[in-house]
Design a protein around this ligand. Structure first.
Ligand code: PGA
Length: 252
């Protein structure tokens, strides 16, 4: 069974209401106009989830958040629970993005806990991993990714509720990408780590996205790699035309 590709947009901390609405409407419209062979997901900031949900009505684009707390409710000022995301119409949540690992000191242990809570609430997770430039230069990429898989991915993960996103930190927002051979090597190593942790059936079905400076001009090459099952797109997801142009390369 080939894995159906997932084209996911991570809007990060961008867009006010007018911009976000226009962008979501444009994505919804373009995904309806053309026949695509992939699944779509967009992850706006918390503030726009309700509005974007309305814009996506009638389209096949799923809605996701960019982070979640592990508790169901309670005294956690400023945090958002998995059930709150469900309530807003989210079906996905990104967990452990490197910007959260770095800016908010999120550990593999915390990410694992968040993923368990998200799954319990019926949300699917996009669990992010990836090495720093120093780790890449020291030849530690695969070791780092294996450790992140082993620590961040919970035991209840399966191919339905979990997607992995490999995002080399030095490739995010920089215009730099690893070579195709490097991307494929890391994705294959991630699949092997998933195999070790969750078994072969799940590992073979689980989608592993590549993220980090994906754009229309490099999408065909990246999405043609055997273990690349989609893309997590930051900057280029803020332009509907670019996001859609990337998706046009996502065939099975
Ligand atoms: P980028 O971001 O596409 O702007 O490099 C990807 C991400 O951080 O998810």
């Amino acid at each position: 069974m080939p894995r159906k590709k997932l084209i996911a947009g991570n809007w990060k901390m961008n867009c006010l209401s007018a911009e976000g609405t226009a962008l979501a409407k444009a994505v919804a419209k373009q995904t309806k106009e053309t026949k695509f062979d992939c699944d779509f997901l967009i992850c706006p900031p918390f503030t726009l989830l309700g509005l974007v949900k309305k814009c996506l009505r009638g389209s096949k684009v799923a809605l996701g958040a960019q982070d979640v707390h592990f508790a169901e409710k309670g005294a956690h000022t400023g945090d958002i629970s998995p059930l709150m995301l469900k309530d807003l119409g989210c079906t996905y949540v990104i967990i452990g993005h490197s910007e959260r690992r770095v800016d908010h000191h999120e550990t593999n242990e915390l990410i694992n806990k968040k993923a368990v809570a998200a799954h319990a609430a019926g949300l699917n997770t996009v669990i992010c991993i990836g090495e720093t430039e120093a780790q890449r230069n020291a030849g530690e990429t695969i070791k780092v990714c294996q450790k992140q898989i082993s620590g961040s991915v919970p035991a209840d993960a399966d191919a339905k509720n979990t997607v992995i996103a490999y995002e080399p930190i030095w490739a995010i927002g920089t215009g730099k990408t690893p070579t195709s051979a490097d991307v494929q090597e890391v994705h294959a190593a991630i699949r092997a780590a998933l195999n070790k942790k969750l078994g072969k059936t799940i590992a073979n079905k689980m989608r592993i996205l590549y993220g980090g400076s994906v754009k229309p001009s490099n999408a065909a090459e990246l999405l043609s790699l055997p273990d690349v099952d989609g893309a997590l797109i930051g900057g280029a997801s803020l332009k509907a035309d670019d996001f859609i142009a990337i998706a046009k390369n996502a065939t099975k």
